[in-house]
Design a protein around this ligand. Structure first.
Ligand code: ATP
Ligand code: MG
Length: 213
């Protein structure tokens, strides 16, 4: 399975990486990935659901295989979107630097573009091996309501001048959708329809994924 995904991707030369907890995946993630794909002429975007997210140990997180299945359902109508178990299969916390190192190894010919929302971009200096990530991988920061990364980026460029040629900002239509808000709505018996693909919504409902958690 994983080999088939890798084989399909190895045709291209520019690969987008969309990492996330995807608990659940929603239209914010999909719009960011699709905008990056078209604006940066990416051949494919690989969605990578995290194993155990290092920063989200407090909240209950749905089983990795369920989050993987939800991503699969959400992307199946886009031939250039793929999903990988690379982080799910790993023991212990998933560090982006380790994943990117592995991807550079699997796809040595490809240029990698890590896609992230402005909130996550602002934390980049706290990521393990931040300088290695910025040196080896292009980073595409998507706008996200409530987060402005421009001030932060100026600070970052003072510290890492080489980052100026590696970090790109991308405007996407403002979608104040988050997985946290979807959890909140489910807890309060509010509708989550139209915030995420309908198939993902029915999968959540039919399997009671977020009930009584
Ligand atoms: P949570 O509320 O649990 O933090 P989330 O909605 O932020 O969930 P994540 O899985 O944490 O989803 O996000 C994965 C990536 O997608 C991150 O880089 C995040 O910034 C980005 N992202 C999530 N939602 C949006 C959105 N509405 N617009 C732009 N980027 C987004
Ligand atoms: Mg988040």
């Amino acid at each position: 399975m994983e080999d088939r995904v890798h084989a399909a991707i190895s045709d291209g030369s520019r690969l987008g990486i969309m990492g996330g907890t995807f608990d659940p995946i929603h239209y914010g993630h999909l719009v960011a990935a699709e905008t990056a794909r078209t604006e940066f002429r990416l051949d494919n975007v690989l969605f990578i659901p995290t194993g155990i997210p290092p920063h989200k140990v407090s909240r209950h997180i749905a089983d990795a295989e369920l989050r993987y299945t939800m991503v699969e359902l959400a992307i199946k109508d886009n031939a250039n979107f793929k999903v990988s178990r690379i982080e799910i299969k790993r023991q212990g916390p998933s560090y982006t630097s380790v994943t990117l190192r592995e991807l550079h190894h699997i796809f040595p010919e490809q240029e990698l573009f890590f896609i992230t929302g402005a909130d996550a971009l602002k934390d980049i200096l706290t990521w393990r091996d931040a300088d290695e990530i910025i040196r080896t991988t292009n980073i595409i920061g998507a706008t996200r309501p409530g987060y402005d990364a421009s001030g932060f980026l100026e600070e970052l460029y003072v510290r890492f001048p080489f980052a100026q040629s590696k970090i790109f900002q991308m405007e996407i239509p403002a979608l104040a959708i988050s997985s946290t808000d979807i959890h909140f709505r489910l807890e309060n018996n509010k509708s989550i329809r139209y915030l995420l693909p309908e198939e993902v919504r029915s999968f959540i409902m039919n399997n009671n994924i977020y009930r009584d958690k």
